[in-house]
Design a protein around this ligand. Structure first.
Ligand SMILES: NC(=O)C1=CN([C@@H]2O[C@H](COP(=O)(O)OP(=O)(O)OC[C@H]3O[C@@H](n4cnc5c(N)ncnc54)[C@H](OP(=O)(O)O)[C@@H]3O)[C@@H](O)[C@H]2O)C=CC1
Ligand SMILES: Cc1cn([C@H]2C[C@H](O)[C@@H](COP(=O)(O)OP(=O)(O)O[C@H]3O[C@@H](C)C(=O)[C@@H](O)[C@H]3O)O2)c(=O)[nH]c1=O
Length: 288
């Protein structure tokens, strides 16, 4: 089998791909942290593609600081749109399948029904807008791509909501967490498994897919479940979005319908509580 390039390899999803590739004995992945492959550096990218002739390129590189993006529009757009254009161009030239990751934040979140892939996008943050621009630039160059929109990623790796809650739960007497934003957490290890299954199965049903864990929750219920499973005792108070001012506005409802992924990609998707249990027990084992 040919090689598979992973861009943004030192981020959360990149590290989860490394974890799952090890578990599955997949040795043909080439992990490229930003220092080795900056997706804004076309010459560097050309050299990497020429060296490896990849069958697939997985783009985990992104500007993901949601609040900071409101003040850093140019750099967010460069990474989330222009970098994706650079990769798409090279994928087209090398007949490489691009697997790109996008977000529930491309939606406004004003509805109350699980979102399907064809639902109207209307981002309400700079991060969401630049991620949508990244999705839209791909088909200008190649039709051999998968865009996987995911939400609320967490894992043992890098920074994420679960690790933040565990840290704050230890440090503080009380936490106030928003209960009127609804969505679905996604264990990045499950997403990594989905990506590697698409590749291993030789799937060529290209297009845009939704992939999160099953179920629905609020950040508040997510936080209290994290505390229950990790046996952390901390007073947790539900608050409204308006009581927790942030630079960026986040969707109030971004639950995604995964029917297309389940039928066309053939993946089975665990419930968020089941996957959270796995992650918390792995974090506890690593600490012991
Ligand atoms: N985290 C989440 O909750 C969600 C994430 N997503 C999407 O999933 C994908 C993976 O996210 P996640 O792993 O959590 O994000 P991380 O922020 O953990 O990882 C992103 C990585 O991209 C790297 N990067 C930034 N700019 C460049 C560049 N110019 N060239 C190469 N690499 C670069 C970062 O490096 P450095 O750290 O050095 O800047 C970082 O290692 C992203 O596309 C994100 O938009 C979607 C929904 C939810
Ligand atoms: C730390 C904290 C956060 N919150 C809220 C703020 C916010 O609405 C929500 C999540 O906060 P965070 O800043 O951890 O997560 P945020 O960066 O908003 O997460 C998003 O990241 C990008 C990259 C995505 O693509 C999205 O799918 C989503 O995962 O929890 C509280 O209510 N209380 C708290 O103590």
């Amino acid at each position: 089998m040919g090689s598979i390039l992973v861009f943004g390899a030192s981020g959360q999803l990149g590290q989860c791909l490394a974890h799952v590739a090890r578990e599955r004995n997949m040795t043909n992945l080439v992990f490229l942290p930003e220092a080795q492959a900056n997706i804004l550096d076309n010459n560097g990218l050309q050299a990497v593609f020429a060296e490896h002739h990849p069958t697939h390129a997985i783009n985990c590189a992104a500007y993901t600081a949601v609040d900071k993006a409101e003040d850093e529009v140019d750099i967010a757009r460069k990474v989330n749109r222009d970098g994706v254009a650079n990769l798409s161009k090279l994928c087209a030239q090398h007949n490489t399948i691009l697997i790109h990751i996008s977000t529930d934040f491309v939606f406004a979140g004003t509805g109350n029904q699980p979102l399907v892939e064809t639902d109207e996008t209307a981002p309400i943050s700079v991060y969401g807008l630049t991620k949508l621009e990244g999705e839209q630039v791909i088909p200008e160059f190649t039709d051999r791509y998968f865009v996987l929109r995911t939400s609320w990623l967490y894992s043992e790796y890098a920074g994420n909501f679960v690790k933040t809650m565990l840290k704050l739960g230890r440090e503080r007497d009380e936490l106030r967490v928003i209960w009127d934003q609804l969505g679905t957490p996604t264990y990045a290890i499950d997403l990594a498994g989905c990506i590697l299954s698409i590749i291993a199965g030789g799937n060529e049903q290209f297009g845009t897919y939704h992939y999160s864990n099953e179920g629905v929750t609020s950040w508040y219920d997510f936080a209290t479940t994290i505390f229950e499973l990790s046996q952390t005792t901390v007073k947790t108070t539900p608050i409204r979005t308006a009581e927790y001012p942030t630079k960026a506005t986040r969707p109030a409802y971004s639950v995604m319908d995964k029917t297309k992924a389940k039928t066309q990609l053939g993946v089975t998707i665990p419930h968020w509580q089941e996957s959270l249990r796995v992650c918390i027990s792995r974090l506890a084992a690593a600490e012991a």
